[in-house]
Ligand binder design. Structure first.
Ligand SMILES: N[C@@H](CCC(=O)N[C@@H](CSC=O)C(=O)NCC(=O)O)C(=O)O
Length: 279
């Protein structure tokens, strides 16, 4: 997989790169942004999964993460949220198709040929980080927002060998029980809802998936988030953590909404949470 660097900028003594490469999982070019802190490495890695409508750019330009990442010596990579291109299926709505990959491997047409973000994030992206960047060998950290928070929780619970720490901002905690999730999972995985369950962080956690692996999971949720009651439902994750014996630090942040203003307010605490566990 040859990585093309499309643009680079110096930032807090390190470098931000916008990159692309051919991904076997999606069969398309995939893009990501990556922050390399000052120094030669090898650096511990935090992967950030963005939400609906995002590209590899939203986190890089809006989260304000890199001053702290430089201080902590963390490499931070933010992939695009789906395969893209004229030959890639799409939908007319913001919550399905390009920009809305939901971090699953689609089995249904027209999505199945390219919408394989689960395999991309757990296989192709780690491989490219280790072959082309000064990434430390061993488990990484995983975090994300909303749809990306769902991706972070589910992928980390399924792959404790890949991830040593996990956190999320305003995650979709139970896609089998919210309109965004029901729409995406039925399109990508088919109408049989049994097949959706392995992509539901609350169901996974309640059944003890990866129990004992993560000493804590950090989740921040704004109380003024317009998606809180219908789509996000953090109380389901709290209940699942209790049932599955998983320590969960769920912080309800007073007055914060769903935007990157919320993320930038707490991102440094998440970076520190990961850095401590990746030491
Ligand atoms: N109403 C918006 C919905 C899109 C949106 O809010 N996207 C969020 C993530 S939501 C869950 O995954 C986001 O991160 N947006 C990008 C940003 O830079 O804020 C719409 O219609 O677009």
């Amino acid at each position: 997989m040859t990585v093309e660097t499309r643009a680079s900028s110096r930032c807090f003594g390190g470098e931000v790169h916008y990159c692309s490469h051919h991904a076997r999982a999606t069969g398309t070019e995939m893009r990501f942004s990556i922050y390399l802190p000052p120094g030669d490495g090898p650096f511990p890695v935090l992967v950030w999964l963005s939400g609906l409508t995002c590209t590899e750019e939203n986190f890089t330009t809006k989260a304000g993460a890199y001053r702290k990442a430089a201080e902590l010596g963390l490499m931070v990579v933010a992939p695009d949220t789906s395969p893209r291109g004229e030959d890639v299926a799409d939908a007319d709505s913001y919550d399905l198709g390009q920009g809305a990959g939901f971090y699953v491997d689609a089995t249904e047409e027209p999505w199945a040929p390219h919408f394989r973000m689960y395999s991309y994030v757990t296989r192709d992206l780690p491989a490219v980080l280790k072959s082309d960047f000064p990434a430390r060998q061993g488990p990484m950290g995983l975090s994300g927002h909303s749809m990306g928070g769902h991706g972070a929780l589910t992928l980390a619970l399924h792959h404790p060998e890949l991830f040593a720490s996990v956190s999320a901002f305003a995650p979709i905690v139970s896609p089998t029980r919210c309109p965004w999730g029901e729409k995406a999972l039925s399109a990508y995985l088919g109408a049989e809802s049994k097949t959706w369950e392995k992509h539901d962080a609350s169901l996974l956690m309640a059944s003890g998936t990866a129990a004992g692996h993560f000493d804590d999971i950090l989740v921040d949720q704004g109380t003024a988030d317009g998606f809180l009651e219908e789509q996000l439902r953090p109380e389901l994750l709290e209940e699942a953590a209790r049932q599955g014996g998983q320590k969960l630090t769920l912080r309800r942040q007073d007055g914060y909404d769903h935007s990157y203003f919320f993320i930038t307010s707490f991102i440094e605490e998440h970076l520190a949470f990961h850095a401590e566990r990746l030491r």
